[in-house]
Design a protein around this ligand. Structure first.
Ligand code: ZN
Ligand code: ZN
Length: 298
């Protein structure tokens, strides 16, 4: 579904749910799209073969999956995410899938991926023609957009600020109930906090993310609450370890990040996220490692 912000800036809301994403269509002298992960019907509505530029918020598959439809476009992403799209091994490394067997012993990755509908999630075949940089302003004719490098979810994650429309596209600073996510190898909850703080300071009157199909006209409170969830996760893990030392697997079984684990992937993500919090709590001097991979509260 295409929803207009103004004459030139339109949101492409995905109608396929999880593992797809919302995109922004700039319908101007230069035609551009930010992310290509909407459902095929929604992408077809904007004639993807006529788009000149594809800009990516970050490298994740749910954002890049429709790339093959944009046959005439030049593609841009932040330099810190280019490597993730370079070959299969790098794709697995950047998505932390190379840690699957270690963290999920006895569970087959391909079966779990198929359950999630991402069996075709090989590295998307994407040529990168240029990189996005923080503060860069792209001019499409009547529309300008400023690139904001907002790492945390991935190292190269970017948000896009349309100053004339006073509209911010926040990518996977997604403001959903499941977020924020910072599980992959290059992700960082500390950077996620800094990036959210930057967006709060920008104080945009209107925002939309890649995973909520609405324009939020009171985003400051939502962004602050989203940030606070990171602190609450710290507190829940610390409180559990205060009761007794535990290893990563036992901590993950407590559902301190995700209330439900409906697929093995969610347990995998829980473990990746707990690792990030343990690193953060160790840095803050609140948790330490004891022997045999056990963690304890200090
Ligand atoms: Zn993502
Ligand atoms: Zn996403």
């Amino acid at each position: 579904m295409v929803v207009s912000i103004d004459h030139h800036v339109k949101l492409v809301f995905s109608e396929a749910g999880f593992m797809f994403c919302n995109c922004v269509f700039v319908d101007d002298d230069i035609k551009a799209i930010i992310d290509t992960g909407a459902d095929v019907k929604s992408l077809n509505a904007i004639k993807p073969d006529q788009i000149d530029m594809v800009l990516y918020t970050h490298h994740h598959y749910d954002h890049t999956r429709g790339h093959r439809f944009f046959t005439g476009a030049q593609t841009y992403i932040h330099a810190d995410d280019t490597q993730a799209l370079s070959d299969w091994d790098e794709f697995m490394y950047y998505n932390s899938i190379d840690r699957w067997d270690e963290l999920m012993p006895g569970i087959d990755y391909r079966e779990a991926a198929a359950q999630l509908g991402i069996e075709a999630a090989g590295k998307p075949d994407i040529d990168i023609h240029g990189v996005l940089t923080d503060g860069q302003v792209l001019d499409f004719g009547h529309t300008k957009v400023e690139v904001l490098h907002t790492p945390g979810h991935s190292a190269g994650h970017c948000c896009f600020w349309f100053p004339d429309q006073e509209f911010l596209f926040t990518g996977d600073i997604c403001l959903t109930q499941a977020g924020p996510w910072y599980g992959e190898i290059m992700a960082s909850p500390d950077q996620m906090i800094q990036s959210i703080d930057r967006l709060v300071a920008l104080n945009p009157p209107r925002v939309c993310s890649c995973h909520i199909n609405e324009i939020n006209t009171d985003p400051k409170a939502a962004m602050k609450e989203f940030r606070q969830r990171i602190i609450k996760r710290d507190e829940r893990i610390y409180a559990f370890l205060k009761k007794k030392p535990a290893d990563l697997h036992e901590i993950a079984e407590q559902h301190l990040i995700y209330r439900l684990h409906p697929t093995p992937f969610v347990l995998f993500w829980e473990k990746l996220m707990v690792i990030k919090h343990l690193e953060r709590l160790e840095k803050m001097g609140m948790v330490k490692t004891v022997e045999d991979g056990l963690f304890t509260a200090v």
